[in-house]
Design a protein around this ligand. Structure first.
Ligand SMILES: [Zn+2]
Length: 188
């Protein structure tokens, strides 16, 4: 995971705010975990209809909790050939702010391998956090900041029922950061 470079001027305040917000409120019930479990079963059965309905249910439940309009979702069998280029890191899904639509796909483009449940759920949470950025935080853009990745990870671990872990970061060129995996995994 690599963060975006900070924007030059106009959106810098929003970028820094996104970077600063590391936490995310979480529901105090197990609804998202339950839906994630049915999603996992649907993926194991390779049943795309059930995967679709579990994704829609997950996003509706999360949207209610975060008090944002429910975003749409399209679950595709395979990664489309044309994926928006500005977010080249989005290997397993994307989000379009104008239409509030998330797309996720069950197979990778080249080798047609099925996306693992963990990766799929993580992608769904990641794209939903883009939605929250626009609709709740009212950012003018949804940058991949350290805060963004941490909020997405908080939601993912809640939904998966795995322990939250602190992410450690290493600076790279041009004001960007990447996760220090050895340190992050050690602190578990
Ligand atoms: Zn993204």
């Amino acid at each position: 995971m690599l963060t975006d470079a900070p924007p030059r001027k106009a959106n810098r305040a929003g970028f820094l705010e996104s970077d600063r917000i590391r936490a995310l409120d979480l529901p105090r019930n197990g609804h998202l975990q339950e839906i994630a479990q049915s999603l996992e079963s649907a993926m194991e059965a390779d049943n795309i209809r059930d995967v679709r309905s579990a994704c829609a249910e997950f996003l509706a439940s999360a949207s209610t909790f975060y008090e944002v309009p429910t975003c749409g979702v399209r679950v595709l069998a395979a990664r489309p050939l044309r994926v928006r280029e500005n977010w080249s890191t989005e290997l397993f899904g994307d989000y379009t702010a104008e239409t509030m639509l998330i797309r996720v796909w069950m197979r990778t483009a080249v080798r047609k391998e099925i996306t693992s449940f963990g990766t799929f759920l993580s992608t769904l949470c990641h794209e939903f956090c883009h939605h929250v950025d626009y609709q709740k935080f009212e950012f003018h853009d949804s940058w991949h900041t350290r805060g963004f990745y941490e909020r997405a990870a908080v939601l993912y671990h809640h939904a998966r029922g795995t322990p939250q872990k602190k992410l450690f970061w290493l600076p790279v060129a041009r004001g960007r950061w990447r996760i220090d995996w050895p340190r992050t995994n050690r602190s578990r």
